[in-house]
Design a protein around this ligand. Structure first.
Ligand code: MRU
Length: 349
């Protein structure tokens, strides 16, 4: 496969009928890869955030369904459909917020519901679709990079939150895809990465990715955003998204809303990089499920208890940024500006 930009990190891959993934929960200290064709193991990897980031979990789930079809050698079409449907149902329940997971599993389900002569024909169709989802994700990210890098200029310092990089996708990344593309085109830019409590995706993953490429990055704690913006140390913000609603509400890593508020106060453009697989034209705001994670993620930092063990904790994984704080949304089909309701719909026409 040839792509317009280098693919330096492959967090999720298809290798000989199995899913291979980089365990991002162990980064940056250990680079450990696993391989499996067991959908239960892959579902656990998503729940434990070995595989994380909206596009990556969608791709991994689709590949898991394809691996399930290859693993079971039944010649009965009905039995194969039944096994794969169980895999889809299990993967569906792993994480509730990122739209890409449901988008990818719905694509696999539609293939499952097609008409086939025998089980092998269905197996072939499932593998083809999963590999298509994988390939499209990389191409989409590179298109977002190519389109979005026009928003960046020499001398920009871009603040990003969480990890919307190669490690959150099949490769290249969305928000970091734009930063990568600008860097490859020779623009002298710098990045400020927020640490992103409690799971530290910024400190552990974004810093690791950018350092690997030689892109200048400075790490700050989440509570320094106001300081760096008020001092003029940030010229643009680019974040990813787990779900974008039809009216432009952006659901992304907890803390994104606070950054958007601060950016608005300081008149700093706030860009969201999101493939169309993240855009959900159907779900109304009040029906969006914000994942609530294990309170111990807040009580402990890197395995060390930092508070009293029985303290009450809130641990929502995502927050919601209203459309009026979003300067533009960069998709693989173009840059979308307000009014979002109208302009997002046009993307799908
Ligand atoms: O909980 P995570 O690490 O899966 O959250 C990831 C994010 O919030 C990313 O910003 C989002 O998925 C976009 S990734 C291209």
């Amino acid at each position: 496969m040839t792509y317009p930009y280098p693919l330096t990190i492959k967090p999720v891959e298809w290798v000989d009928g199995k899913v291979r993934w980089l365990d991002t929960s162990k980064l940056p200290h250990e680079e450990v890869y696993y391989e499996s064709d067991d959908y239960e193991r892959i579902a656990l990897a998503i729940e434990r955030m070995e595989i994380r980031g909206a596009p990556a979990i969608g791709v991994a789930a689709a590949l898991a369904v394809a691996a399930t079809a290859l693993k079971h050698s039944t010649s009965s079409l009905d039995e194969l459909r039944c096994i794969c449907m169980k895999a889809i149902e299990r993967l569906w329940r792993t994480r509730p917020t990122a739209h890409n997971l449901f988008w990818a599993l719905n694509r696999m389900r539609r293939v499952l519901e097609g008409t086939y002569r025998d089980a092998d024909e269905l197996r072939h169709a499932l593998v083809k679709e999963a590999l298509e989802i994988y390939r499209q994700d990389i191409e989409t990210n590179m298109a977002i990079g190519r389109i979005g890098e026009k928003l960046l200029e020499d001398g920009d310092t871009v603040l990003t939150h969480c990890n919307a990089g190669a490690l959150a996708t099949a490769g290249f990344g969305t928000a970091l895809g734009i930063i990568r593309a600008a860097w490859y085109s020779g623009k002298k830019i710098k990045v400020i990465a927020t640490e992103t409590r409690p799971v530290l995706q910024g400190a552990r993953l974004t810093v690791w990715e950018l350092k690997k490429e030689g892109i200048p990055v400075t790490l700050i704690t989440d509570n320094m955003v106001g300081y760096v913006m008020s001092r003029g140390l940030v010229t643009k913000v680019i974040v990813g998204a787990d779900r974008v609603l039809r009216d432009g509400h952006v659901i992304n890593k907890i803390g994104t809303y606070m950054i958007a508020l601060c950016a608005s106060r300081h008149r700093i453009p706030f860009y969201v990089a999101a493939p169309t697989s993240t855009i959900d034209l159907e779900t109304p705001l009040e029906k969006v499920v914000i994942e609530q994670r294990n309170p111990d993620e807040v009580r402990y930092v890197m395995g060390r208890l930092i508070t009293l063990p029985d303290v009450e904790v809130l641990n929502p994984a995502f927050d919601i940024t209203p459309p009026d704080l979003v300067t533009a949304i960069v998709t693989e089909r173009g840059i979308v500006y307000p009014p979002y309701e109208e302009n997002l719909r046009k993307l799908f026409e």
